[in-house]
Design a protein. Structure first.
Lengths: 114, 113
């Protein structure tokens, strides 16, 4: 358990509004990830971070931005939410490179855009 | 782009039988392959991983096999139990690509009592 906390856990928002999801970790892990998961599908990478202020795009980054101003927080922002962004969002962390078995996931944030 | 995929979307087995879940991957540069279990309403939970320089790794009731020649990964669950019912994902991680963790589409395992 990497002490990952996602907030909010559930949110309903209107189309066109900005939304920010927060991932907070207490274990000083270097790498952090944001995924989205849609019904019947696997997890798709949105953005990831390999250090403070170091981020990169994943496979479904359009419409999303991220920021990592400190090690423990990785923020995912939907600048103008659309219905296609209704999904479950998962944050994950990895302490360092070269390992596979230390990737931890948060419990998810359920976002509904109406 | 590179991707990880699965052959079977749903697998139904009898309690006590062995289960085999398969996965095909395409990124030959991946360093680790990982199996996750996800129960409804929860985040993925690590089951077992294997380095790219290994062929087999065993855990408690689970075995992962890696065939790099055909880029195939499998998860074997011995004596499947009702608590094993979940969706299983394979994933790969490339240490040379910012440690990106890429997931396959998932297989639902249903265990009949």
């Amino acid at each position: 358990d990497a002490g990952i906390t996602q907030s909010p856990r559930h949110k309903v928002t209107e189309t066109g509004t900005p939304v920010t999801l927060r991932c907070h970790q207490t274990e000083n892990h270097r790498y952090m990830y944001w995924y989205r998961q849609d019904p019947g599908h696997g997890l798709r990478l949105i953005h990831y971070s390999y250090g403070v202020k170091d981020t990169d795009k994943g496979e479904v980054s359009d419409g999303y931005s991220v920021s990592r101003s400190k090690t423990e927080d990785f923020l995912l922002t939907l600048e103008s939410a659309t219905s296609s962004q209704t999904s479950v969002y998962f944050c994950a962390t990895l302490p360092r490179a070269g390992t596979g078995n230390t990737i931890y996931f948060g419990e998810g944030s359920w976002l509904t855009v109406v | 782009g590179e991707s990880v995929g699965l052959h079977l979307p749903t697998l139904s087995v009898q309690e006590g039988d062995n289960s085999i879940i398969n996965c095909a991957y395409s990124n030959s540069a991946s360093d680790y392959f990982i199996w996750y279990k996800q129960e409804s309403g929860k985040g993925p939970q690590f089951i077992i991983d294997i380095r790219s320089n290994m062929d087999k790794r065993q855990g408690q009731r689970v075995t992962v096999l890696l065939n790099k020649t055909v880029k195939h990964l499998s998860l074997q669950i011995a004596a499947t139990q009702p608590g094993d019912s979940a969706v299983y994902f394979c994933a790969e991680i490339d240490n040379n690509a910012g440690n990106m963790l890429t997931f396959g589409g998932g297989t639902r395992l249903m265990v009949k009592p």
